[in-house]
Design a protein around this ligand. Structure first.
Ligand code: NDP
Ligand code: 2IT
Length: 448
């Protein structure tokens, strides 16, 4: 129940209409929690029906993707692109390949992306896409055929000033390469219509590392502002050993922290003395299961086949970097009981709403994904700029810009929270600060 009648009415409508989209409803509810403090101060929100409009994607395309596997069998998947909001720039956001992909998940991701992209300060709207295709266990040739088949339909909806996809879960440099190649062939143009591209064909140095590095820059700002402290010597646990988790681990170590546990979908490894992150990086790059190889080198490390139990590991800082809804209320309680005082989200919505509220109510420093993991899309924005200018910046230049953007996002969230009397509530700060720019643009652009 919100204080505002307007908010209650809009949320009731959303709940009824999208009852079968739990992840989307969860993202909207978290966002509306923050809007309760704003809608009465800003009557223009109700007058312009902004919330009714902002929860509906501007366009959703869905397509059949038929392809032939290595055995000659015809396979059929569904591909999607959710073009959520273009008020402040072309649609921008990743593509996810995972059997769990459906419209509820892509809509929650596209909704959050809109506010995340706004927080970066760069001109990017929100979008997300993907497919229920499972890349695990597929050959490179199968992945290529799938990506090409998907692009023969998707290309109609993309463009450097229309919609610019990038990577996400299950979708990395290989997939970007295959999809970009087919896009280029079909459109007969070489433009920056994907980010996260390989360096030889227009990619930005530093994009691969950006989400994980940016997460640690954000975490450093939180520690500096709220605890007058640094990452030096802090015990960190990280879920996910993919693009985000791996680079978060590398940056955590570079900034002096000790990574004591890391997981993937098969389980987690833990070592109080600190994990050998360069070795994990190397082994996980080879794709697939890496823990057995790691334990051969470090027999004192322990393996647990249940990744969820990693949240019972004593730590100072937890970085969920795998997927949505990884930290439930029981995991949150276990983290706090074992001494964790800071949680910073590398994944999108890895913390359930109940667990998020528990952290905030119990004074745990909490960095919401739409702010703390914005480094990836921020460097995607920098890649778009470099492509448009036909030039490329050095790694150091990009990394410095990333650090500045993460500091500025933290400042916006902190100062906006403070304006509403809650300086440590970065969820509130991120939602309101991300929203305000989109809101102003929507009003100025009229009823469309
Ligand atoms: P990757 O596919 O590179 O890595 C995902 C990691 O999470 C893998 O280690 C995977 O294990 C593990 N994982 C996947 N599903 C589950 C599950 N159900 N339970 C436990 N572990 C799981 O994806 P990314 O690192 O790119 O993305 C991770 C998260 O970060 C997602 O929420 C994504 O939306 C978000 N994000 C990504 C950005 C990017 O730039 N890539 C930017 C901002 C946010 P395994 O390898 O064994 O399957
Ligand atoms: O969730 C995200 O921000 C991403 N997957 C990155 C999107 C992008 O366009 O770089």
């Amino acid at each position: 129940m919100y204080k505002s009648k307007y908010l209650n009415d809009v949320f009731d409508g959303v709940k009824k209409k999208y009852a079968n989209e739990p992840e989307f409803l969860q993202a909207v509810e978290e966002f509306f929690d923050s809007m309760d403090l704003l809608v009465e101060k800003e009557p223009g929100i109700e007058k312009n029906a902004i919330l009714e409009r902002i929860v509906v994607p501007e366009r959703i395309v869905s397509m059949r993707v038929a392809w032939v596997d290595d055995k000659g069998k015809i396979q059929v998947n569904t591909g999607y692109r959710v073009q959520f909001n273009s008020a402040i720039g072309p649609y921008k956001g990743g593509m996810r390949f995972d059997p769990s992909v459906n419209l509820s998940i892509l809509k929650f991701l596209g909704f959050e992306q809109t506010f995340k992209n706004s927080l970066t300060g760069l001109p990017m709207g929100g979008g997300k896409g993907g497919s229920d295709f499972n890349p695990r266990g597929k050959s490179d040739a199968e992945v290529m055929r799938f990506c090409q088949a998907f692009m023969t339909e998707l290309f109609r909806y993309l463009g450097p000033d229309t919609d610019v996809p990038a990577g996400d879960l299950g979708f990395g440099a290989r997939e970007v390469g295959y999809m970009f190649g087919m896009y280029k062939k079909l459109t007969n143009e070489f433009t920056g219509t994907f980010t996260g591209k390989g360096i030889p064909f227009g990619g930005s140095l530093g994009r691969t590392e950006a989400t994980g590095s940016g997460l640690l820059y954000f975490a450093s700002e939180m520690l500096k502002e709220f605890k007058k402290d640094t990452l030096k010597g802090k015990r960190v646990i990280i879920s996910g050993s993919g693009n985000v988790g791996k680079h978060a681990a590398v940056k955590a170590v570079a900034l002096g922290a000790k990574v004591v546990a890391m997981s993937d979908i098969n389980g987690f490894i833990v070592d109080e003395k600190g994990l050998d992150v360069p070795l994990i990086y190397k082994l996980s790059e080879a794709k697939g299961e890496y823990t057995a190889e790691y334990l051969k080198v470090y027999p004192t490390a322990k393996f647990n086949p249940n990744p969820k139990e990693m949240w019972n590991t004593p730590c100072d800082i937890a970085l969920p970097c795998a997927t949505q809804n990884e930290i439930y209320i029981d995991n949150a309680k276990a983290l706090v009981a074992n001494g964790c005082y800071m949680v910073v989200e590398g994944a999108n919505m890895p913390t359930t709403l109940e667990a998020t509220r528990y952290f905030i109510e119990n004074g745990i420093l909490f960095g919401p994904g739409k702010a703390s993991n914005a480094g990836g899309v921020a460097v995607s924005g920098l890649e778009m700029s470099q492509n448009a200018m036909h030039l490329s910046w050095t790694f150091e230049e990009v990394d410095k810009k990333l650090e500045d953007i993460m500091k500025s996002i933290f400042k916006k969230c902190h100062e906006t929270g403070a304006k509403f009397g809650q300086p440590t509530n970065l969820v509130l700060g991120a939602n309101i600060a991300g929203f305000l720019k989109v809101y102003q643009a929507m009003v100025a652009e009229g009823v469309i």
